[in-house]
Write a protein that binds this ligand. Structure first.
Ligand SMILES: *[C@@H]1O[C@H](CO)[C@@H](O)[C@H](O)[C@H]1NC(C)=O
Ligand SMILES: *[C@@H]1O[C@H](CO)[C@@H](O)[C@H](O)[C@H]1NC(C)=O
Ligand SMILES: *[C@@H]1O[C@H](CO)[C@@H](O)[C@H](O)[C@H]1NC(C)=O
Ligand SMILES: *[C@@H]1O[C@H](CO)[C@@H](O)[C@H](O)[C@H]1NC(C)=O
Ligand SMILES: *[C@@H]1O[C@H](CO)[C@@H](O)[C@H](O)[C@H]1NC(C)=O
Ligand SMILES: CC(=O)N[C@H]1CO[C@H](CO)[C@@H](O)[C@@H]1O
Length: 544
């Protein structure tokens, strides 16, 4: 049993796949400065995958999706009127049906105990359509696809089912949290309009702490795998991979895992195996690496095939992450992709993918970039400085560069002027999309106590499964740019102070700590993954 447990040879095989690319990369001297080459290439899709059988059931079928979003939260003010600014993601929908379970009291529940839980009665034939709806998000899943999979998996039926049963209880507990008393928490109790539903989030977070287990594949070698940048703009890749591998949420027993992490770094692939010859397909070596890795773990373990990747996740902050995920159609389509570039036009799907913040860490820490003065010591109305990338920034500069002393919009800051210093002097900090939707500016604003102004299209803001960005940020569309000053001055002082205060409160969710602290960015990313996992149900298949 479990022959995959002791076969480690395939990781060596993988090394042979990667090695030639690394050698080539070293020879042609891929320099770090080339990492920000933003040129776009046509996508390359590898061979199609055929003949997979599916055993994933979108759990909407049974109990409805877990969504902490509520559309009822109304934030006054907020500037831009009622424009449908919100590409920003409002996930609505709660459970539609009650789930009868005896939920065990809070406290540490060991996995062994969970094996005793009663299996829930799952109404598979019940095809009620459940919606998870925001303005643009509409998921309706009726069909139950259970196709036979390999015999080996049948034997794992029971432990998987028990694991799923436990998740069913969690779903019920999260739903109940809305109406029951809040649980004590020594560190932090989420509260306020920044949360779509603070009580549900809190419960969901506590359940995650008690239960969530992630299996991290050991295959693959650094620098591409088990490694990543911990500094600068793509710092979340290295930080997350490192802490995922050392956290208590990791399990070494895949039978006990709720999700499976593919520990690869897009930034490292770009650095080491980017094909620079302009006459050949630039994507090919990187996409081949992704595909080889998934093929490797998919052939060695039963888990990828079992869910067609739906309980697997990968994380990428680099701009090319979304494109590389296309190397494996099921990775793109089924897996949980945690991405900085949460661009819905590029296939980001908020009901299964996770938006993570891009956080610029100059020296790998948040030293010197946290905190800022109180609102009354912020003389400037609004500030932006940055390269004129992408479609939105030229419009911003055209209207506001050197136009008004209250609105400091610069291409580059004059020598001797501190960027962080400017953030700290400003009431509002503008965060427009550049080449890509993600930008570290939103987090920089939150870090320094400046109210972020998001001007982005097709963007799903980080943790918007939990956070209502409109309560602590101004969300504008490109058409609002000419009106920027009117809109910002139209926000009452009272409302501004509220947003500023809320921004300071949610800041903890974006902070990077060594080691991670509860409710910080590492745990919020993990929580978003947890929430996506709660919304699917993986089934083994009983013998026919
Ligand atoms: C829930 O369970 C209790 C006892 O286990 C039972 O009496 C009750 O009828 C159940 N409710 C529903 C809605 O199934
Ligand atoms: C979902 O089910 C309803 C009722 O059975 C049906 O009318 C609808 O077309 C189904 N939707 C999809 C996407 O299958
Ligand atoms: C909430 O707490 C109060 C006082 O501690 C208690 O009387 C009440 O029954 C509790 N409600 C629920 C739903 O647990
Ligand atoms: C998973 O499916 C692929 C493609 O059908 C197959 O090559 C591989 O051997 C399967 N893995 C396992 C563990 O059965
Ligand atoms: C988002 O994706 C679309 C479609 O690929 C692309 O046109 C756009 O440039 C991307 N980035 C931004 C910042 O919108
Ligand atoms: C059973 C159920 O919830 N059906 C709903 C399916 O969706 C339509 C509209 O989208 C609702 O009207 C039904 O009540």
């Amino acid at each position: 049993m479990g022959s995959w447990r002791n076969s480690r040879t395939s990781s060596t095989k993988l090394l042979w796949v990667i090695l030639p690319f690394m050698v080539v990369a070293v020879i042609i001297g891929v320099k770090k400065s080339n990492l920000v080459d933003r040129s776009k290439y046509n996508s390359f899709m590898g061979g199609s995958v055929n003949g997979y059988s599916s055993s994933v059931i979108k759990d909407d079928v049974a109990e409805g999706p877990v969504a902490l979003g509520r559309r009822t939260t109304v934030v006054e003010g907020g500037g831009g009127g009622d424009d449908d600014v919100a590409e920003a993601p409002v996930e609505g929908g709660l459970f539609d049906r009650s789930f009868n379970s005896s939920y065990p009291p809070l406290g540490m529940v060991r996995m062994e105990d969970e094996m005793d839980v009663e299996l829930p009665v799952v109404a598979k034939e019940d095809d009620s359509n459940v919606t998870l709806s925001g303005p643009d998000i509409f998921v309706s899943v009726n069909q139950t696809t259970v196709l036979p999979v390999g015999g080996e998996i049948n034997r794992k039926y029971t432990s998987l089912d028990k694991l799923e049963a436990r998740l069913g209880q969690v779903r019920a507990a999260i739903k109940e949290a809305e109406s029951s008393n809040r649980t004590h928490d020594p560190d932090y109790i989420p509260e306020g309009p920044m949360y779509w539903n603070a009580a549900s989030f809190h419960r969901s977070y506590l359940e995650m702490e008690k239960l969530f287990k992630v299996f991290v594949y050991e295959e693959g070698e650094p620098p591409i795998f088990h490694n990543g940048p911990c500094k600068s703009i793509y710092s979340m890749e290295g930080n997350f991979i490192y802490y995922m591998e050392t956290t208590k949420f990791r399990t070494r027993n895949p039978e006990k895992a709720h999700t499976f992490f593919l520990p690869m770094s897009t930034t490292m692939m770009v650095r080491f195996i980017f094909e620079r010859d302009p006459h050949v397909d630039h994507w090919r070596p990187m996409k081949q690496t992704v595909k080889d890795y998934v093929d490797l773990v998919g052939s060695k373990y039963p888990f990828w095939n079992r869910s067609l990747g739906a309980d697997h996740f990968a994380l990428s902050c680099h701009d090319w992450g979304p494109e590389l995920s296309k190397a494996v159609p099921y990775l793109f389509k089924n897996s949980i992709r945690a991405l900085c570039n949460a661009n819905t036009s590029e296939g980001f799907n908020p009901s299964k993918d996770v938006s993570i913040p891009e956080i610029f860490l100059p020296d790998g820490t948040t030293r010197g970039i946290l905190n800022g003065p109180s609102p009354r010591n912020r003389p400037l109305l609004a500030f932006f400085a940055g390269g004129v990338h992408g479609p939105i920034r030229p419009i911003l500069l055209e209207h506001w560069q050197d136009k008004d002393p209250d609105i400091q919009v610069h291409k580059y800051l004059p020598k001797g002027v501190s960027y962080i210093g400017m953030l700290r002097q400003s009431k509002y900090c503008i965060s427009p999309s550049g080449y890509e939707v993600a930008s570290p500016r939103m987090v920089e604003a939150l870090y320094t106590g400046c109210v972020p102004v998001l001007i982005k299209d097709h963007y799903v803001a980080p943790f918007s499964d939990v956070l209502n960005w409109k309560s602590f940020a101004v969300i504008l569309s490109v058409e609002d740019i000419p009106n920027l000053k009117n809109i910002l001055t139209g926000i009452s002082t009272r409302q501004y102070l509220r947003m500023q205060r809320r921004g300071k409160q949610v800041r903890r969710h974006f902070e990077v700590n060594y080691p991670p602290k509860r409710y910080d960015v590492f745990h919020m990313i993990l929580h978003s993954v947890w929430l996506r996992r709660l919304n699917i149900r993986i089934q083994g298949v009983a013998d026919s």
